[in-house]
Write a protein of this length. Structure first.
Length: 307
């Protein structure tokens, strides 16, 4: 007899991104160097990267220092001035840099504005560097992101997964990091799928999505959004879904549950207070949504991540 398998929780953003790369690049084939790099990693029994820290939507000044033996992936959302010794580079918003150890750098806001950025610090090995070389990953140079929302979605997934001690947590984060590297390494000369420029009002939709994840406790109203944009609910829903593969409501829910997961792990706040803090009027509705998206109750999630 067959036994019913337990439900499997899929991360829709990551699955969509992976499908996107398969569609974009066709049957993905490895070069001999990539095969060698990944074979070496498998023999060692290790993963490609060991993530030590991840922070999103940072606004504090970045210290003028090197980062020891860690490699750091920076994604600057706003224009930035990068200084390394006497060399100074000005870069536009949505620029990434994989900063290797041993360099003392400073990052300053450009045009007198604020510096807003995300970063992941990780430990790399010789095998990691071989893999990076196999995909021509640019190191220590700014790279303008052609697909910023793809990278942003992957970083949110890594942040969310870092709060959950699942069986395949490391493998999940490794896959997400590998996709980020591929997005950064993508050959500018290769014909790419449109990043959204062919979608009407794309820049407004992109700014809205960033605002939702930056401010998850805000009471986002579709009525107000549609009124401000001067479009109907049906048209707004169609545009948002076409641009990001999910609905605006799904993004609002995901942003609140990510915030709730952080509070459950890092504070002793009662679940009732967390529900209210995350914009829920009903504790039972909050608990139902949390279990549906995270695969466990808030109490179970807190216990798993504080043991």
């Amino acid at each position: 007899m067959f036994h019913k398998a337990p439900p499997v929780e899929f991360d829709s953003d990551l699955v969509l991104v992976w499908i996107y790369y398969v569609i974009k690049n066709g049957d993905y084939t490895y070069s001999p160097l990539q095969k060698s790099a990944e074979s070496d990693i498998i023999k060692r029994g290790g993963v490609i990267v060991k993530i030590n820290s991840i922070k999103l939507n940072c606004r504090q000044r970045i210290p003028d220092e090197n980062y020891g033996s860690d490699t750091v992936l920076f994604v600057f959302r706003t224009p930035v001035i990068m200084k390394t010794g006497d060399k100074e580079i000005k870069a536009a918003g949505y620029t990434a840099m994989v900063s290797t150890s041993g360099y003392r750098r400073s990052f300053l806001p450009a045009e007198g504005g604020k510096l807003v950025y995300d970063y992941i610090s990780f430990r790399s090995s010789a095998a990691d560097r071989q893999y990076a070389a196999s995909i021509n990953l640019p190191l220590d140079v700014p790279v303008e992101l052609k697909e910023p929302m793809t990278v942003a979605a992957l970083m949110r997934n890594i942040k969310s997964r870092s709060l959950y001690k699942g069986k395949y947590r490391s493998e999940f984060m490794e896959l997400a990091m590998r996709l980020i590297f591929l997005a950064i390494s993508d050959d500018p000369g290769r014909q790419t799928v449109s990043g959204g420029e062919d979608i009407p009002r794309y820049n407004e939709l992109k700014a809205l999505r960033e605002a939702i994840y930056d401010d998850p406790v805000n009471q986002w109203s579709t009525d107000e959004i549609c009124s401000e944009m001067g479009i109907s609910h049906t048209y707004f829903h169609r545009l948002y879904l076409k641009a990001f593969g999910v609905t605006c409501r799904q993004d609002v829910i995901e942003s609140r549950l990510m915030y709730a997961a952080e509070l459950l792990k890092s504070t002793d706040m009662p679940i009732t207070e967390i529900a209210v803090e995350c914009g829920y009027d009903s504790e039972s509705y909050f608990m139902r949504q949390f279990k549906q998206h995270k695969g466990c109750t808030p109490t179970e999630f807190r216990r798993r991540n504080t043991e």
